[in-house]
Design a protein around this ligand. Sequence first.
Ligand SMILES: [Zn+2]
Length: 311
Amino acid sequence: MLPARDACAAGWALSGGPLTPRILASAAAAVSAAGPAPSPAILETILRETRLEGTIARSLRRRRRLITTSTSQVTAAWDAIARDLHPGPEIRSLLASQTPPDLPDTAAAAASGILSGVYIHGRHATLTAAVRDALHAAIAEGTASALALDAARHGRLTPPAAWTAGRQNAPDQAGIPELPLLAQEWLTRILGATGRQITAMIIRAVTRGTSHGQLCAAVTSALTASGPGPAPASRAIAAYLDQAMVTAAGHAAIAFCQARGIAQARYIAGDRKPCPACQAWQDASPYPAARSPVPGADTHPYCECILLPGT
Ligand SMILES: [Zn+2]
């Protein structure tokens, strides 16, 4: 008879997932609960539970990699535009006036004047397409993950090919009519956050009497997402794209439940120390699938939570 520890190890190995603190904790709990002579039924449960934990960890790792790849692609598309944005004229006219009493408004107008160049740039369509592709990839991955998690919950193994098939079977972009609007909305948030940061930067610079040349250089580097250091543009892209993709994957998991007639969903808080809000969502699980909290949408950027179809 397999001891409980071996059942844990076998379940994790079958999942193909990384070994995480969460899996180690659940394995330790299972071993101590099983006692010295666990029955085959208990061992089978341990095997299935550890396999499920491993599949959750694998899903999270795959999603993280996908977000990293998509962020690089959106960053490249952004920088192809940002290198053509010239803050000089906006800043010159701002500095030409005395420090005005309405500096915050003037600075915000200058920032939005500079960023309006993103909308009229010839590569704007390429940038929105990069965001759209990222969302589409997240929807496909969310569907594949839901499929794998549902299988693991039922004690079935999801072979590597099933993940690929799950992504390929997701609807193409034309089958998701809200995708262009969603991409525009997330891009607007990225631009809004970058604009607010640049506004604050201009206000500080004017207050300190920074020269035109220095301020232009600072704004240009703030707009360069792939430059050295965490530029406002790169922080905005990373945070909002992460939230956009986690949200899209979460909605795809709910759509999977609805398509399969799975009535409930369980909210799984991420492996690294979840925030109290995410922990509370997990503790109150399961939820009716249609009304489940959605990681990303109901939480925050860099949320590491995921929805598990079923209870
Ligand atoms: Zn979370």
